[in-house]
Design a binder for this molecule. Structure first.
Ligand code: B12
Length: 213
């Protein structure tokens, strides 16, 4: 089968078909990373372009997003390694005001697959909740995701809250999401930025001084 068929089914928002095709690809032995990149993400990219050009609207995007989640659910168990020795602990969330979670979920999945314990705070997470989670879980890394230019600045609000609480030195902060850039990450005082889920794993390995497999 062609992985572009998965992309097409996702673009059509055909959740059942996405599930069938992802299952088939798994059976055929296609590596999960390829199914994600060349199937699911490739499809979501087209959805993004059409949304931007006003060819489709929020309801259609939501239907495709659901199809994407359905596909990711099938791949998650394949990415998650057996919980042997955990390499580190990561708290992740989408910042306040922002409901986009597909990219954040992918990053969480890939990190779990790479042997990290991931605590996912979900979407619309305010600074107080991020701060509380650092106190509660004492993670090595705090990851924030933002997909809107209007919610991006909230990453800085969280970093400032960590500083106020005297927690900034206890945790490395990483940021990501489509509008976020390396430059922006530096500007707000984050420790790292990655443009996709694969690079997020590399980034975390580097920050914690762990050699990539
Ligand atoms: C799907 C989607 C939605 C879905 C979200 C469903 C869901 N459960 O997530 C729905 C329909 C709900 C939605 C709503 C809205 N959306 Co929307 N949405 C998108 C869309 C099409 C795709 C996003 C996506 O999932 N991409 C696929 C994933 C895999 O990519 P990703 O998120 O970038 O993540 C990767 C990297 O960025 C990185 N990464 C992500 N997070 C993190 C975190 C860390 C720590 C690290 C290291 C890396 C990292 O790794 C990920 C994996 O490789 C984008 C278009 C786009 N080009 O991004 C618009 C887009 C983000 N949305 C947009 C808009 C305007 C909206 C709405 C305001 C629309 C409206 N009028 O209501 C609302 C806002 C709702 C809200 N308050 O959040 C705009 C934002 C414009 C802007 N400049 O801010 C975009 C860019 C579309 C556009 N061009 O107009 N949306």
């Amino acid at each position: 089968m062609e992985l572009s068929e998965i992309a097409s089914a996702l673009i059509e928002g055909n959740r059942k078909r996405v599930q069938e095709l992802v299952s088939l690809a798994i059976k055929e032995g296609v590596p999960p990373e390829r199914i994600i990149n060349e199937g699911l993400i490739a499809g979501m990219q087209v959805v993004g372009e059409r949304f931007k050009n006003n060819e489709i609207f929020v309801p259609e995007v939501l239907i495709s997003a659901r199809a994407m989640h359905a596909g990711m659910d099938l791949l998650k168990p394949l990415l998650a390694k057996s919980p042997g020795i955990l390499k580190g602990k990561i708290v992740i969330g989408t910042v306040k005001g922002d409901l986009h979670d597909i990219g954040k979920n992918l990053v969480a999945m890939m990190l779990e697959g790479a042997g990290y314990q991931v605590i996912d705070l979900g979407i619309d997470v305010d600074a107080e909740k991020f701060v509380e989670s650092v106190k509660t879980y004492n993670p090595d890394i705090l990851g924030m995701s933002a997909l809107l230019t209007t919610t991006m600045p909230y990453m800085k609000v969280t970093i400032e809250a960590l500083e106020r609480e005297g927690l900034r030195d206890k945790v490395k902060v990483i940021v990501g999401g489509a509008p976020v850039t390396e430059e922006f990450a530096k500007e707000i005082g984050a420790d790292g930025y990655a443009e996709d889920a694969g690079s997020a794993v590399e980034l975390v390995n580097n920050l914690l001084g762990i050699k990539s497999a």
